[in-house]
Design a protein around this ligand. Sequence first.
Ligand SMILES: C[S@@+](CC[C@H](N)C(=O)[O-])C[C@H]1O[C@@H](n2cnc3c(N)ncnc32)[C@H](O)[C@@H]1O
Length: 281
Amino acid sequence: MSQNIKSTTIRDNSTSSFTTKDNPIQNIKLVITKDNSNQNIKPIITKDNSITFFNEQYQETYHSVSGAVEEAQKKFSDACKIKEFTKLHDEINILDVCFGLGYNTAVAIDNVLAVNPDCKINIIGLENDINILNKLKELTPPIAHYDLIQKLVQSINHKKNEFTLHEKNVNLKIIIGDARETIKTLNRAEIITTITKLANQNNAKNIQFNFCFFDPFSPKTCHELWTKEFFQDIYAVMANNGILATYSCARIVRENMNAAGFIVKDGPIVGRRGPGTIGVK
Ligand SMILES: C[S@@+](CC[C@H](N)C(=O)[O-])C[C@H]1O[C@@H](n2cnc3c(N)ncnc32)[C@H](O)[C@@H]1O
């Protein structure tokens, strides 16, 4: 199923070459759509027909051009074995680092509810760019629960700089700001209380994520998020045996994950030669 942008997007049949977040030196030719509402973020159609964007500041796409929704499914949900986990558990806590268009979160919700419709789902997203959250309101990706993400981004609390949605057993929050700072707020009493309420846990200190989707722009253009220090902060809020999944297999990334305490393994190979990376706490 292909995806539409519900706005004044004009289809441009010319092709273009550009850099993708997971493969920096490709000369990929794809159809670029024109959208005049934001000059710095341009929509493009990936090979599974789902839409991603090209960010001119980073000179990179938000997803692999081999398939944006496919990437969310295979490199994040499948890599973490989300379905297998929720067959055995009635509650799941996910940290979505670099929320972007929310595909990783939305696909995970689909996967959980497909195998365990009563599972309590608690997801915290970290994102520093409100513009990209505004963009996702226009999208119609083939993800059943994407409407939850769209409702979530209607719910800004300006005072707290966050978005929150509670719907049935799904609890979602996006915290706006630099993820290197906002990750630290996950230890603050107020946030802990909020997550505790979300997760319905009694012990406020017992806030731990079962999974982390780690999806910044590439280590080359966004090196500040791929550091040992940031991985350490993530490690600190994860449950024992918790799993971090990311698309990169760069040596420096694996070394930093390892130095932060993760046991590093190959993730799946999707749409390119190298595997992703899995970090197990
Ligand atoms: C590759 S995209 C993520 C795509 C996203 N996971 C999805 O499923 O649509 C990277 C995201 O990281 C965000 N970002 C970049 N630097 C950041 C930072 N320091 N803190 C938080 N988010 C950041 C960008 O705004 C962008 O949305």
